[in-house]
Design a binder for this molecule. Structure first.
Ligand code: NDP
Length: 467
């Protein structure tokens, strides 16, 4: 049985109580994580507030500490990845790549510049703009990419000079707690605290008066609760929320050429990606051909236990999500959708067959809502203006994609899509050169590069009269 420990003010804590962690490939409990009590939460936040005043002062100390954190994550990659597969379900090679990515994120943040802009430098005045840390930042993460989402948030906040309280999802706490154990001595006590616990720990964390900024990734519903919790204290927040990405295939696209990229754009991490393609609109002239190609790929990609070498896609992460995906598929079937392939659970943990549905209505819940599972609805269209309006007819606005040989047309069309990112002939392609965030209900604020640093800091104008 695996048992995790929290990191509070430089010390590891098993806690007095714990909660169970389930392996989604089997549906069985394999570990326990500590249930953080109010006194421990207070200690973590007060420790962070105390550590902040020294931590904020020396960027070279921060750079060196973060480089050390990155090395330790890399050195312990296999152990962290093993836990990640056990609790999240993804195949082990994907778990290792997530851990390696998180180490790179920390390295990248260690080298980041915190800009100081000179707005005026004359005989009359010096006016400069400095980016200052908020203080104690609460970082709250979901269960789909627990390690990389956590370390992206933590590294950006820390290099900017903040202290951090990190809370993983109770479905996937153990890989994050393993990081706590591994990096314990690499940072000054209190600078990074890692706590775990089930509902309502997240709400207690966001309500705490010493928290000045909340960096949240999760569902739209919880994001709105976080924004409401921030309001009484006017805490700042970044919200990276859900998506229902449309992928639009134009009539000139070649089904054989694009099928693989669309398949993985929709089914990577078993569809549990905020920016997965979640609604596929295909011109009616090539819809059947593309559907056939995608179904073949869905049947080839083996679903199973992430520890088995031949598994390409793991289970759905948890029972609630498994039941939700099952219900959405059953509803669609009941309303007359055609199941091209899949459509059922595998009878092994929370594994669900890769599923492709078609002949459904735009009003079906699986089209309107974020399914967040291995199911892709394929919808036909005739007219480009009509498909743009159907793609935009949603509260979501995270990612989106257009598939065509006509790049100039795609470039014009891309600007008509309401989304934080629109890809052409690719999906899920995040670039370190670009910000990442959502429009409408998909988020507030941006992460990545200089936009991430801006999100982890606030501005101060220093205006000196010289004459
Ligand atoms: P949830 O919103 O259910 O939970 C996210 C985190 O918030 C968990 O740690 C949860 O802990 C915590 N939480 C719950 N209630 C509160 C509260 N009132 N205050 C503070 N924290 C709280 O999301 P999921 O974990 O189910 O993640 C899936 C969702 O995340 C999908 O919608 C997906 O699209 C989105 N996502 C968005 C990304 C983006 O970058 N835009 C990236 C990845 C995922 P607990 O479970 O204990 O309640």
């Amino acid at each position: 049985m695996t048992i995790g420990s929290m990191l509070i003010n430089g010390e590891l804590y098993h806690g007095d109580d714990s909660f169970s962690v389930v392996n989604p490939a089997t549906g069985e409990v394999f570990g326990h994580a500590p249930e953080c009590r109010q006194a421990q939460l207070d200690k973590a936040i007060e420790g962070a507030a105390g550590a902040f005043y020294t931590w904020r002062q020396d960027i070279e100390l921060r750079r060196n500490a973060l480089k050390h954190v990155a090395e330790l994550i890399q050195t312990n990659c296999d152990a962290i990845a093993h836990l990640l597969t056990l609790e999240q379900g993804k195949p082990l090679d994907k778990a290792k790549s997530e851990v390696r990515t998180s180490s790179l994120q920390v390295q990248f943040a260690a080298a980041a510049q915190i800009p100081v802009e000179v707005l005026q430098d004359t005989d009359q005045a010096l006016i400069k703009l400095v980016h200052k840390p908020f203080g104690v930042v609460a970082a709250i993460t979901p269960w789909n990419f627990p390690v990389s989402i956590a370390m992206g948030k933590v590294a950006t906040a820390l290099i900017a000079g903040n202290a951090v309280i990190l809370k993983p999802s109770p479905y996937t706490p153990l890989s994050t707690l393993k990081i706590a154990e591994v990096i314990k001595d690499a940072l000054p006590a209190g600078v990074l605290n890692i706590i775990s616990g089930s509902d309502p720990l997240g709400a207690a964390l966001t309500a705490h008066p010493l928290i000045r900024k909340i960096d949240f990734t999760g569902s739209v519903g919880t994001g709105k609760r976080v924004a409401a919790a921030a309001a009484p204290d006017l805490k700042r927040f970044t919200l990276e929320l859900g998506g229902n990405d449309p992928a639009i295939v134009l009539p000139d696209a070649n089904p054989k050429k694009i099928a693989k990229a669309i398949f993985w754009g929709a089914f990577a991490n078993s569809g549990q990606v905020c920016i997965a393609a979640k609604r596929l609109y295909v011109h009616e002239s090539i819809k059947e051909a593309l559907t056939t190609e995608l179904a073949a790929l869905a049947e080839q990609a083996k679903v199973g236990n992430g520890l088995d070498e031949d598994t390409r896609l793991g289970p759905i992460n948890n029972q609630a999500q498994f039941e939700r995906v099952t219900t959405l598929v059953e509803e669609a079937k009941g309303a007359g959708a055609r199941v091209v392939t899949g459509g059922d659970a595998l009878g092994q943990g929370y594994c669900f067959q890769n599923t492709i549905l078609t002949d459904l209505d735009d009003n079906a819940r699986i089209v309107q809502e974020e399914q967040f599972g291995p199911v892709l609805p394929i919808l036909a269209y005739q007219d480009i203006n009509d498909v743009v309006s159907r793609a935009n007819n949603t509260h979501f606005g995270l990612g989106s994609s257009i598939w065509t040989e006509d790049l100039p047309q795609a470039e014009v069309l891309a600007e008509r899509i309401e989304a934080g990112t629109t890809w052409v002939n690719q999906h899920l392609a995040l670039s370190p050169l670009a910000p990442f965030g959502g429009t409408k209900w998909s988020g507030v604020g941006y992460i990545g590069g200089k936009w991430g640093i801006e999100g982890a800091t606030e501005l101060q104008v220093i205006n000196i009269k010289r004459a």
